[in-house]
Design a protein around this ligand. Sequence first.
Ligand SMILES: Nc1ncnc2c1ncn2[C@@H]1O[C@H](COP(=O)(O)OP(=O)(O)OP(=O)(O)O)[C@@H](O)[C@H]1O
Ligand SMILES: [Mg+2]
Length: 469
Amino acid sequence: MIEMSLAEVAGAVGGRLTPDTTGTVRGKVTVDSRAVAPGDLFVAVPGERVDGHDFLAAAADAGAVAALTTRPDGALPCVVVEEPVAALGRLAAAVHARLTAGRPGTGGLVTIGITGSSGKTSTKDLLGQVLAAAGATVSPPGSYNNDIGLPLTVLDADEDTRFLVLEMGSRGRGHIARLCRVARPDVGVVLNVGSAHLGEFGSADGIAVAKGELVEALPAEGTAVLNADDPRVIGMAPRTRARVVTTGRSAGADVRAEDVVLDEAGRAGFTLVTGGARARVRLQVVGEHQVANALSAAGAALAAGMAPDAVAAALSAAVPRSRWRMEVTRRDDGVIVVNDAYNANPESMRAALAALAGLPARRRIAVLGAMAELGPGAADEHERLGRDAVAAGVDLVVAVGPDAVGIADGALAAGARDREGAVRVPDRAAARELLTEVLVPGDVVLVKASRSYGLEVLAADLLAAGAGA
Ligand SMILES: Nc1ncnc2c1ncn2[C@@H]1O[C@H](COP(=O)(O)OP(=O)(O)OP(=O)(O)O)[C@@H](O)[C@H]1O
Ligand SMILES: [Mg+2]
């Protein structure tokens, strides 16, 4: 964080410094006492399972100058507030306001917000690497997209930062609007409107209303980067005062991909076309869905002032950054494991199946767990997924766990042979046992499910089983 005295921190969050002491935050802001280094500010988040207040002494021992808390504590100076998470947002807002003071046109901080149902982290990782080629960039690790992760990302920026990349998640109306009040983006990127968290929103249109809060928050001199291939996204254009830049495969898009090809490792190459410029891109991330993400990242980087050639070169140099998203690993015995177990919804399942179909293989196996939070349409969606897997050329569908049974039903209904083409297993252990038996060199195994099913453990087991084989 930029240097701030404890009195300034208390003023920014509307808290009471207890005891009233001098001191300066010279390090970072963190909610994890294990990550505290001397000079840091520790935020005690009251969680469901653990309460950050139980770690105040540990934070003090590790050198924290102060903590943001709900009550005073003998261990260290506390800035006492009612809600530490809300206070964290206010602190980030104050810092962001300082870093953007005097804008626009001063060459100061450019803030980019990214939202969408699928691909936020993937796009953020691409854009973070692209912008880093043009100037000092802050882009969070992993999926820092909520009321804690986003302020922490903002607080990582300082006077030297030129580009700030923010992932914005939404689990309901008003969430993205709130994140935009912490740090109003200059550039807002909307990737797609799918069915992630459909259960909570009720309908895809409801999701579009919530995601569109990002473009509503943009200033007139800002840029909305909208995916022209998604009708609900391009439909957001009238909701913004900002200039609109469209991205996509369609001929009319401002920033588009032509001549898309996949190499034998499933990585896409395409010609980035924008204005009169054309530049070839060869992505290092896996799956054709990454073309859309790359175009969105390109649209944002161009809006931030980069030249098309530089964007294409940086996209081609960008490597996978976050775990468990289309991680393709070859075992010593020649079995290939595709770990996409970070999360799942119908759209990301289909993207992963398409990527699996694009990989050369003797046999394609999809080990799929359930998709959570789909609401009343869940049963149909699981069955449709099983059918789609067969249509995508998957040779064996393994449905893991009781919630995933519908996937196997769908595969059987689409003509997969019982046991040979579609199998139900009760849990991860049973899946591991089955796969240990059936996998042979040349097989490609996709592992994917919603986060709560923890299938990344299965993917790791499969890799460990093949080590030294
Ligand atoms: N543009 C896309 N369209 C469809 N699926 C995608 C797209 N980009 C990524 N995916 C798939 O979606 C899954 C999640 O990707 P990623 O983590 O980038 O999304 P996210 O939007 O950040 O998710 P979360 O809401 O969990 O933070 C990955 O498994 C990936 O295969
Ligand atoms: Mg994410």
